[in-house]
Design a binder for this molecule. Structure first.
Ligand SMILES: Nc1ncnc2c1ncn2[C@@H]1O[C@H](COP(=O)(O)OP(=O)(O)OP(=O)(O)O)[C@@H](O)[C@H]1O
Ligand SMILES: [Mg+2]
Length: 224
C-alpha cells in the first residue's frame, strides 16, 4: 500500500473574473521510506499541491489517496480523520496553536490522533533541541525553534506520511542540518516524506527531486 498517490490533480482559484490554474494535471507517488523534494519558483503551485495532498484543500480534478484510502472529494470530517491517523503536516503558515505551550500543542496533537502513548517523543524533542522549550508558547520561540517545533508537532504521531512546506524557511544552516537529520531518521523508520523547499542544500539530500513549473511537474514524462 502506497503512503501517497495522486493522479491528475487540477486546482483553479477564482478571484473575481481572474482564474488562476495553480495545478494543471499533477501526478505523483511516494513509497514508504522515500524522501522526495519539490522545488519550483514562487507561485509555481507547491503549497497548493501540498494542501491538496493533505486534504486541507480539495482539488478541482484528480484523485489523492493516502495509505490506500481516497482523501480527495470526501467530507471535511472524513478528511480530518484520515489526516489525524496518517499524515504529519507542516504548512507555510505554521501548525502550532498560539495560545498553547509547545507541550500542550503536542498533547493535543496526540489526542486528536487518538494516541495515548508518548513513545519516541522525548527522542524527537532531543534531536530537534527542544527539550528545554516545552513550556514556551509559539510567540516565545525564535524562528528556528518555531520551525523545529512545527516539525516536532507534525512528527509526534509517527505518521506514515509527512508533508512539509518549506520546513527550513528562515533557519540557519545548523538548524537546517538538524531538521534534515530528523527527516532522515524518520525515513529509515519508513515514513514517506514530501517537502516543498527553496533550499538546494535540503533538496540535494532527497532520494528524488520533482520540479513544479506553472502548475506542472516538468520532470514528469506523463505530463507532456
Ligand atoms: N487562495 C488563493 N486565491 C487565489 N490565488 C491563489 C490562492 N492561493 C494561491 N494562489 C495562486 O496560485 C498560484 C500557486 O500558489 P502557491 O502558493 O501554491 O505557490 P508556491 O509554489 O507555494 O509559491 P511560494 O514558493 O511563494 O510559496 C500562485 O499564482 C498564487 O498566486
Ligand atoms: Mg508556497
Amino acid at each position: 500500500m502506497l503512503p501517497l498517490s495522486a493522479d491528475g490533480l487540477y486546482r483553479f482559484y477564482h478571484d473575481g473574473d481572474i482564474e488562476t490554474a495553480a495545478l494543471k494535471g499533477v501526478s505523483l507517488e511516494l513509497a514508504a521510506g522515500e524522501f522526495v523534494a519539490v522545488m519550483g519558483p514562487s507561485g509555481s503551485g507547491k503549497s497548493t499541491l501540498l494542501a491538496c495532498l493533505a486534504g486541507l484543500d480539495d482539488p478541482d480534478g484528480g484523485v489523492v489517496e493516502v495509505m490506500g484510502q481516497r482523501i480527495s472529494r470526501r467530507t471535511e470530517r472524513e478528511r480530518a480523520n484520515l489526516r489525524a491517523r496518517h499524515i504529519g503536516i507542516l504548512m507555510q503558515s505554521g501548525n502550532l496553536f498560539d495560545h498553547l505551550t509547545l507541550a500542550c500543542n503536542l498533547s493535543l496533537q496526540l489526542k486528536l490522533a487518538g494516541l495515548h502513548e508518548r513513545s519516541g517523543i522525548d527522542d524527537l524533542l532531543q534531536t530537534l533541541g527542544l527539550t528545554q522549550r516545552l513550556q514556551a508558547r509559539p510567540s516565545q520561540l525564535s524562528g528556528g525553534e518555531l520551525a523545529r517545533a512545527g516539525l516536532a508537532l507534525a512528527l509526534c504521531t509517527r505518521p506514515a506520511l509527512l508533508l512539509a512546506d518549506e520546513p527550513t524557511a528562515e533557519v540557519d544552516s545548523l538548524t537546517e542540518a538538524n531538521i534534515l537529520d530528523c527527516l532522515k531518521v524518520r525515513c529509515r523508520e519508513h515514513c514517506a516524506i514530501l517537502i516543498a523547499t527553496h533550499s538546494h542544500a535540503l533538496a540535494s539530500q532527497a532520494d528524488r527531486l520533482l520540479t513544479l513549473d506553472d502548475g506542472r511537474l516538468v520532470n514528469d514524462p506523463a505530463s507532456h
